[in-house]
Design a protein around this ligand. Structure first.
Ligand SMILES: [Zn+2]
Ligand SMILES: [Zn+2]
Length: 470
């Protein structure tokens, strides 16, 4: 019985439904309490053992919490005042043979420590990277989830993060540019790791060092210039990142929220600040986890867009997982520069859309300030790393006919993108599936000029066609 009298509380979950199949181990619980009362305390229990007293936001009655799922059926129970809500969640690990392998690169003559005041061994690094990548695995699934619980797709991990002992020396690493580092490690991984056609790597460089910016403003550019063996670069099978902000990352899931909300100031002459100018430990964690998400987008063939995670909005992962009103405090963060080849502000153009799920996906995905634009959601939903193999995709026969300007293939096409020379999506077409089209799935409208651009398209089995026009 509610002490406040005849209140009728209601617990509602925004992102989970009963019996939902969950392919990732990190569970994000997000919901709302209808009709709060003075006791205002919510307890969340997973499998009657893990109990979290979860704060409920005073402003909009929202709650958020992160828990670790066990393989198989998990019972999630929420108790608020005199009511209880209980649902079953089925954590099923995907058997997709295409996986992502997280690595921590240790240079040849290096002890493997990363830059931090304490707890900076390779073991600490691997624990942080493992947690970070499991968070990212969950974020992709959350963004692809439709309101009915379907479509929760994400990549499969080959395992936890392991150290990778490189033949590159510290001195060599410190003298290399970002793209030289990427090329070196990509080569080394292909030479030394098995089954590379079915793996994508996410690797952090352990010997990244920040030497203190000479610029008293500590601009992002000057901080980057004062950092060696650093990278935030991805394409093909490798996303390469520096370890400069690992000092701000937690090692346990239960610490994620506290770390995101940590407003301790970064000592700017000692540690690398990459926080979207918030200058806090929490800001560094949010921004660097966001750039991991962005770079992983690239290994799944996503290009740049003017907005969202693949644009300038990858600093705000904290908004997705905390209840703090960061926005009032910091306002809109300055935009990160993403090479576009033209000015900011132009929008991607949608010429054709089928309606239905796509609109819902897109709307869902905007919640929490962290989102992928709809073209990227379609791309990911059909990507081979996000779908268990069907065996059908071997010869997709995807071809472009220059005379008729048609794209033909054996299987229905889902998305066609037109990317400019800098890799920014300028136009895209979402294609409604139709089986009876004589294998012609798309014809470029007459006003579209196919010069100085790249055409990217993906079919229903994740087969892609990438064509560049000069
Ligand atoms: Zn009550
Ligand atoms: Zn990028």
């Amino acid at each position: 019985m509610c002490l406040d009298g005849v209140r009728k509380h209601k617990i509602s979950l925004k992102n989970l439904t009963n019996s939902e199949k969950i392919p990732h181990s990190v569970l994000f619980v997000n919901g709302e309490i209808g009709e709060k009362c003075s006791r205002n305390s919510l307890s969340i229990t997973l499998n009657s053992e893990y109990r979290e007293n979860c704060p409920v936001s005073q402003i909009n009655s929202e709650f958020k919490c992160l828990l670790e799922l066990s393989v198989g059926v998990n019972k999630l129970t929420l108790n608020y005042c005199d009511i209880e809500l209980s649902i079953d969640l089925n954590h099923v690990v995907s058997d997709n043979p295409k996986t992502v392998t997280p690595l921590y690169i240790v240079a040849k003559d290096h002890d493997g420590t990363f830059q931090a005041r304490e707890r900076n061994s390779p073991e600490n690094a691997c624990a942080r990277i493992t947690l970070g990548i499991r968070m990212i695995q969950m974020i992709f699934a959350e963004k692809l989830r439709a309101p009915d619980g379907s479509g929760r797709k994400t990549f499969n991990l080959s395992g936890d993060c392991q150290p990778f002992h490189s033949d590159l020396s510290i001195e060599e690493a410190c003298g290399m540019t970002e793209s030289q580092l990427w090329s070196f490690f990509a080569r080394e991984l292909i030479d030394r790791m098995p089954d590379c056609q079915n793996r994508k790597f996410v690797a952090f460089i352990g010997c990244t060092r920040y030497h203190g910016s000479k610029d008293a403003d500590y601009s992002y550019e000057s901080i980057r210039a004062a950092t060696v063996a650093n990278a935030a670069l991805a394409s093909g099978g490798l996303a390469l990142l520096g370890s400069g902000t690992l000092f701000s990352w937690p090692e346990r899931l239960c610490d994620v929220r506290v770390y995101l909300e940590d407003e301790t100031c970064v000592p700017l002459d000692e540690l690398m600040d990459d926080s979207g100018y918030r200058r806090t430990f929490g800001g560094c964690f949010a921004t660097s986890l966001g750039s991991l998400l962005h770079e992983m987008g690239h290994i799944f063939d996503l290009a740049h867009c003017d907005e969202g995670i693949m644009g300038s909005n990858c600093d705000r992962l904290d908004q997705m997982f905390t209840l703090k009103d960061f926005h009032t405090k910091y306002g809109s963060l300055p935009k990160r520069k993403v090479p576009t080849g033209r000015e900011w502000g132009a929008k991607c153009t949608v010429v054709r859309r089928p309606g239905g799920n796509v609109g819902a996906f897109s709307k869902m995905s905007h919640s929490g300030g962290v989102y992928f634009t709809e073209n990227f959601l379609i791309l990911l939903a059909n990507h081979k790393w996000f779908n268990e193999s069907t065996g059908l995709q071997l010869d997709a026969g995807l071809v472009f006919n220059a005379k008729t300007r048609e794209i033909c293939g054996k299987y229905p096409l889902k998305l066609v993108e037109m990317r400019n020379v800098s890799g920014l999506v300028e136009r895209y077409w979402i294609i409604s599936t139709s089986m009876d089209t004589n294998n012609v799935y798309f014809t470029f409208p007459p006003h579209i000029q196919l010069i100085k651009c790249t055409i990217f398209c993906i079919d229903v089995f994740g087969n892609t066609l990438n064509l560049t026009f000069n």
